[in-house]
Design a protein around this ligand. Structure first.
Ligand code: SF4
Length: 225
């Protein structure tokens, strides 16, 4: 795979850093900020956020944390009570079961604390690399992880930084193709851009501050404005 020049990646990331200042931050980032990067709240909010719009995630997390915000208090809730609190996030039944089981395992195996390693995080139900990377970046201040969701996957491919079919492969490729200084920021910058400008369909290329660096790979139609 041909690596993008570091100066091109640097230019894109610097432009995005400025451009996202005025945009709403993604829901999990806001929850992290408000909870002082509490690993448990970041973990649960990220689990709730999968395939769910940000306002729905934010409201569901707020309702749940209003009632219970520790592994012990959430584990005491019934699955039905958790469903009622987190509805209508996508897959709310599965997520309620996974959240409850995760809380139980945190108590049983990790003394009620969220573990700070990828290997341990991946043992929790419903926790994949995306969630684990975000917890490690936001709460454990890891500078060595990249969190790839659907926005990061799509935009990295459109920019030609990677040529990959899945988010997992995109994560692995981004470690090779981007300078390490940007790894912890890739998620925040590209998710913010993906929610507002580089949307899945009809991206707003005419209004995009990084259009000069973007070959728009795979983009067929763009928004009029
Ligand atoms: S130019 Fe278009 S495809 Fe490229 S990053 Fe901007 S919005 Fe996305």
């Amino acid at each position: 795979m041909r690596k993008p020049p570091a100066r091109a990646v640097n230019a894109v990331m610097r432009a995005l850093a400025r451009a996202i200042e005025d945009l709403d931050r993604p829901a999990v980032e806001k929850i992290a900020e408000e909870s002082r990067e509490d690993p448990f709240e970041v973990l649960i909010a990220t689990m709730l956020s999968a395939q769910t719009r940000d306002p729905v995630t934010a409201a569901a997390a707020a309702r749940l944390f209003e009632v219970a915000r520790t592994p012990r208090t959430i584990a005491k809730l019934t699955e039905k009570e958790i469903v009622r609190l987190i509805y209508p996030v996508s897959f709310y039944r599965n997520k309620a079961a996974q959240v409850r089981e995760t809380c139980r395992l945190l108590i049983e195996r990790f003394s009620g604390r969220v573990p700070g390693t990828m290997a341990d995080l991946l043992t929790l139900p419903g926790v994949g690399r995306k969630t684990a990377n975000l917890v490690l970046i936001l709460s454990f201040k890891s500078a060595r992880n990249i969190c790839v969701d659907t926005h990061v996957h799509r935009i990295s491919n459109r920019l030609g930084w990677v040529h990959t079919p899945t988010p997992e492969k995109t994560e692995a490729a981004l470690y090779e193709s981007t300078p390490p200084r940007w790894w912890p920021y890739l998620n925040l910058y590209l998710v913010s851009w993906g929610q507002n400008v580089c949307r899945p369909i009809y991206p707003r290329c005419r209004a995009c501050v990084i259009r000069g660096h973007c070959p728009r790979i795979g983009v067929e139609r763009i928004a009029k404005r």
